[in-house]
Design a protein around this ligand. Structure first.
Ligand SMILES: *Cc1c(COP(=O)(O)O)cnc(C)c1O
Length: 398
């Protein structure tokens, strides 16, 4: 397989991971809709089945279209290996379940994605796994908890929806001292802006549903890292069955060809929009790691190439202001996803943290009037005009 060492990620998004899967002279990867793969020679069949020879046996295990998708992400993350899942949550839960056993201890942050937070607060404790939730940007607290002994350090940076930043390299160094595995959810940053493996992480996870696919038309998840770790996760998934569908893999693969192009536009627009919102009289607070006022802007600058297409902001009028503002946006889907070519907005209380009670959201520092804004690829001036119009309906408290 071509390693693409000599080209940048922009070129890799277009070319990487595809060549080995082309057939009949086609220039595009086929969608292989086949549950099983047949062999006339029973010795060959056996060799493939036990993994001595390359090939496919059964769709729950492997599929060529799915593998092409895994190869592309693997190359973009600079990983040895990758394996995929039906959703981002399946990637997260299966990866945790592969390595955890009763009595283990996980150190993580309070601001993980809502679903991930539920795994930590609801499902793992039930299996007698101790989970410690630390303040996301409190590195000293996290280092102390890690030093007490831990099996997995689970991070997400930037976080959803308040885009908080954790110093991945610093925390990975702390985790290595106690022999813990470091997981990083890289969904918000994408491989274009951040490569956690190069910062010391053992495993990097994506909800491919978001920026990787980029068109809000396919669900998927992926985990990348060292071959021996990913092999174990693959084995857990092939038995437990949260397999990525070939049609979804094809849509994700197709979407990823424009990942660099989309990301460039989305990062530039997000920066402009964050600056615009910051000076608006109806806006209370703007959260974007690219802003110099972001508490961990310096860390973000150190570990990220660009700051991503996600921002959030709160209105002085709170939820009442959001009720006036949100319905008036013309160029935004009011929906639960993010990272697509269209701009997507929603209050955190109905999107990322809908699973939480108001008290839980408060404890997480998520105002009920917080709006998550996933910047699409539209013209940024049109988006600002749209925001300006919708915000003009929000009464301004003085
Ligand atoms: C959406 C999301 C997930 C979950 O992904 P699904 O594909 O919806 O299961 C995990 N982490 C982050 C940061 C997300 O935004």
């Amino acid at each position: 397989m071509t390693k693409f060492n000599e080209v940048t990620n922009a070129t890799k998004t277009v070319w990487a991971g595809e060549k080995d899967y082309l057939v009949h002279g086609a220039t595009q990867v086929p969608v292989v809709h086949s549950v099983s793969f047949g062999y006339d020679d029973i010795d060959e069949w056996f060799e493939v089945a036990i993994g001595n020879k390359e090939g496919h046996i059964y769709g729950r295990n492997t599929n060529p279209t799915v593998q092409s998708f895994e190869d592309k992400v693997k190359i973009l993350e600079g990983a040895e290996s990758a394996t995929s899942f039906s959703t981002g949550m399946a990637a997260i839960s299966n990866s945790l379940a592969t390595f955890l056993k009763p009595g283990d201890r996980v150190v993580t942050i309070k601001d993980t994605y809502g679903g991930t937070n539920k795994i930590f607060s609801e499902f793992l404790p039930r299996l007698n796994i101790d989970v410690v939730l630390c303040e996301t940007a409190n590195h000293e607290e996290m280092e102390k908890e890690v030093a007490k002994g831990c099996d997995i350090l689970y991070l997400e940076s930037p976080t959803n929806p308040t885009v908080k930043i954790t110093d991945i390299k610093r925390m990975a160094t702390a985790a290595k001292k106690v022999g813990a595995l470091v997981f990083v959810d890289n969904t918000f940053a994408t491989p274009m802006n951040q490569n956690p493996l190069s910062l010391g992480a053992d495993l990097v996870i994506h909800s491919a549903t978001k920026f990787l696919g980029g068109h809000a038309d396919a669900l998927g998840g992926v985990v990348c890292g060292k071959e021996d770790l990913v092999e174990k996760i693959y084995h857990y998934r092939e038995i437990n069955g949260a397999t990525l569908d070939p049609m979804a893999a094809y849509l994700l693969l197709r979407g990823m060809k424009t990942l660099d192009l989309r990301n460039e536009r989305q990062c530039a627009s997000a920066m402009k929009i964050a600056n615009y919102l910051k000076q608006h009289e109806a806006v209370e607070d703007v959260f974007y790691p690219g802003l110099e006022t972001h508490p961990n802007h310096e860390i973000a600058k150190k570990q990220m190439k660009n700051f991503g297409g996600m921002l959030s902001f709160s209105l002085k009028e709170g939820l009442d202001g959001v009720r006036e503002f949100l319905p008036r946006l013309q160029y935004a889907n009011r929906a639960a996803n993010l990272g697509s070519v269209e701009t997507v907005v929603g209050p955190a209380r109905t999107t990322s943290h809908v699973e939480c009670t108001p008290e839980e959201r408060k404890a997480l520092g998520i105002p009920e009037g917080l709006v998550r804004y996933s910047v699409g690829i539209e013209d940024v001036n049109d988006l600002i005009t749209d925001l300006e119009h919708a915000l003009s309906y929000v009464p301004v408290k003085n």
